[in-house]
Design a protein around this ligand. Sequence first.
Ligand code: 13P
Ligand code: 13P
Ligand code: MG
Ligand code: MG
Ligand code: MG
Length: 364
Amino acid sequence: PKTTISVIKADVGSFPGHSRAHPKLLETAAQMLRAERGKLLLDSFVTHCGDDLELVMTHSHGANSEAVHRLAWNVFAECTKVAKRFKLHGAGQDLLAEAFTGDIRELGPGVAEMEFEERESDPVLIFMADKTGPGAWNFYLYKIFADPFNTPGLVLDPALSGGFVFEVHDTVAKRMITFSCPEESYSLLAYIGSSSRYVIKYVFKRDGTIVASTSTQRLNLTAGKYVGKDDPVMIVRAESGFPSMGEVLEPFTVPVLVAGWMRGSHNGPLLPVGLCDANCTRFDGPPRVVCFGFQVANGALVGPADIFDDPAFDRVRARCNELADTIRAQGPFEPHRLSAGEMEYTTLPAVEKELENRWKLLKE
Ligand code: 13P
Ligand code: 13P
Ligand code: MG
Ligand code: MG
Ligand code: MG
């Protein structure tokens, strides 16, 4: 039998401001998922990154199961009630519809799923980020699955030397393409370097075995206006024919600038943190990522290990903080502020609308 992992997340209210999910929401969600163990679900784990409530579920219903998506929706709806009772900030923020309509992917929450035949041992890493967007994973996935300077296994392990296939989604034109690496790595980079538009959705082995899956929902494209940032999640399998756990983690030792800080309108460094530090503070950030590691055993989530709760990531955290100081000093100027095209998906158009009549055309 195959195992499915579904990671579904939404920001349905936080305190204070956009900094963290309230413990009562985590408790409510954990209870509702636990009640489904042995029924709809095999296992579950609830956590948060910043203000985003993260549901990790294992089951045997495959990706895009209506029943599993409905359960996640019901959890978010119930947690929204709690958030409203406490007058939490942004209660129900990411729920863009009044009711569940069959496919949660179109309704605001972020979704990463994968179905696979369990190997003899199946280590799985689940990454969850706040104050950034789906394209943030592009850099890391390229490094993990296509860069031998990051992943020596690509050179040393015959099981990896065939390379990997990347499925890229164009979030604007709603189309997809695949690239096989290493031979198409330049073409891959030509697109995924524009990470606000092109997002790596899946990584496969040549034989079609799934290795990585990400959420690609872009809230502002779904809602048609600024409603917060679509803080993303990612699932990566490791070891035995895939990159090792340490190879998957290695790119997170580099400070990388991602979009999504303050009002979803600024670039800032993505800080890898343990759960105790997964709260956004400075300038509503900086953007952060947590990682939980599990061994998946007949659907059970054996773990978790709080991966970035580790002094080995102290240096990147310090460098990220320095980079935060450097880029913050630019205030409202690009490239701290997002480029003009990206600002169209923020509240800037409202300001521009008010000033529209004041502009006078220049004569040639
Ligand atoms: P151990 O000898 O600690 O199992 O190390 C295996 C390894 O080389 C990991 O990269
Ligand atoms: P969230 O998407 O995490 O709610 O971020 C809102 C924001 O941009 C705060 O400055
Ligand atoms: Mg929020
Ligand atoms: Mg968030
Ligand atoms: Mg958000």
